[in-house]
Design a protein around this ligand. Structure first.
Ligand SMILES: [Zn+2]
Length: 61
């Protein structure tokens, strides 16, 4: 069980966020603790699995 975390800028609020590489699920999850931004993409295909961005209701459309 090992998760690799990278520091990234939140695309929603611009504050420091974390990007986790979930090896077992082959997913990359970007998570911002400040605005609850969440984005999960497939590490294989790059397609979006889950996306949540408060204040940006058009993101998932
Ligand atoms: Zn944010």
């Amino acid at each position: 069980m090992q998760a690799v975390a990278f520091r990234v800028s939140c695309p929603n609020c611009g504050q420091p966020a974390e990007r986790h590489y979930l090896e077992q699920q082959q997913q990359i999850r970007t998570q911002c603790p400040r605005c609850d931004y969440l984005m999960t993409v497939s590490a294989e295909t790059g397609s979006v699995i889950e996306a949540y961005a408060p204040g940006l209701p058009t993101l998932a459309r």
